[in-house]
Design a protein around this ligand. Structure first.
Ligand code: DAH
Length: 336
């Protein structure tokens, strides 16, 4: 029985003790009733008197040493910091590397959406939303975009792979899908705007992104006419860009409206020049769309419009490159 080896083993093992369970293991191994020290004292009794004295006193001091190690280890464990030990001074100022007194703000896209919805709410619109992960019925079919229409080309949309038999999901390519979602669940009068993200696999450049934001508008009631649409667009443009802006409609085509138009504003630049800028599309809701949601087009008519949130924000703030919205560069974000 080699006491030096027991001593070395105890020193090595006590270091590794990190938990109460490990401390107990240590105790049992060395100090337990069948532990190494007990074995050593059993051995002591078998020794010749001449060897007894030396072995006995060595064993005694080893016993003390290991008892102390055990005690120290249990103390050490007790002082491992627990969450309750950490006191947090909630009155301390935070560590901020910029100006500590500059509060953050909403992203300019969210500010623009807030401003748009606030403007429209003053005109009696409420806010609706729908899923970004859509099915083809809501994104196309019910909006009078038939199966083989070029707008449904897989190259122009983000379709998601699903098991062969299942109808594909897609990332919605337009917020017009929310028109259908709303008309499915509510009866007229309907007067909503729906802001949100849309996705198209466009090549990214200064004016294109594979994700951007639109704001959709929909009004359905008895006796709604194109005059209501023009008034609404004009009021919005003046509210958003200033009362001196002019608006104009150009004839266009969208599957879900008939007649359809694109609307422009005459935008005045700082250098005194001005240019017509296209803001969005609009029109009178096509009777086929009303039929898709079981609304009788002999009773109800309506108008719809859609505009690009980035586009109006770029005009309003003189932002040249759409990519600035998504880069999260504080030097850009902090300007708004
Ligand atoms: N959804 C169209 C687009 O993404 C925009 C649009 C055009 C929306 C005409 C409308 C509308 O509601 O009536 O290009």
């Amino acid at each position: 029985m080699n006491l030096d080896e027991i001593s070395a083993a105890a020193r090595a093992k006590v270091e590794a003790v990190k938990t109460a369970a490990q401390a107990e293991e240590f105790r049992i191994e060395f100090l337990g009733s069948k532990g190494l020290l007990k074995q050593a004292s059993d051995h002591l009794r078998t020794l010749e008197p001449v060897h007894k004295r030396e072995f006995g006193s060595k064993l005694n001091s080893l016993k003390k040493e290991i008892e102390e190690q055990y005690k120290a280890a249990t103390e050490r464990i007790k002082h491992v910091a627990t969450a309750a030990d950490v006191t947090i001074d909630i009155t301390e100022p935070g560590k901020i590397s910029v100006d500590p007194y500059t509060p953050g703000s909403l992203h300019i896209i969210n500010q623009t959406i807030d401003l748009l919805t606030e403007l429209f709410s003053r005109m009696g619109f409420s806010v609706a939303d729908g899923p970004e992960l859509e099915d083809e019925f809501h994104n196309f079919e019910a909006l009078n975009v038939p199966r083989h229409h070029p707008a449904r080309d897989p190259l122009d949309n983000f379709y998601l792979q699903r098991p062969a038999a299942a109808a594909p999901f897609m990332l919605r390519s337009q917020t017009s899908s929310v028109q259908i979602r709303v008309m499915e669940t509510r009866r007229p009068p309907i007067r909503i705007v729906a802001p949100g993200r849309v996705y198209r696999p466009d090549t990214v450049d200064a004016t294109h992104s594979w994700m951007f934001h639109q704001l959709e508008g929909l009004v359905i009631d008895r006796g709604i006419t194109m005059v209501d649409l023009k008034t609404c667009v004009d009021q919005f443009a003046k509210g958003f860009f200033g009362s001196d802006v002019q608006t104009r409609f150009r004839p266009s085509f969208f599957p879900f409206t008939e007649p359809s138009a694109e609307f422009d504003i005459l935008f005045h630049y700082a250098d005194g020049s001005s240019r017509w800028i296209e803001l969005g599309g609009c029109g009178m809701v096509d009777p086929n769309v009303l039929a898709a949601v079981n609304l009788d087009s002999d009773i109800y008519t309506g108008f719809a419009f859609g505009l690009g949130v980035e586009r109006v924000a770029m005009r309003r703030h003189g932002i040249e490159d759409i990519r600035a919205f998504y880069e999260n560069d504080l030097r850009f974000n902090a300007q708004f």
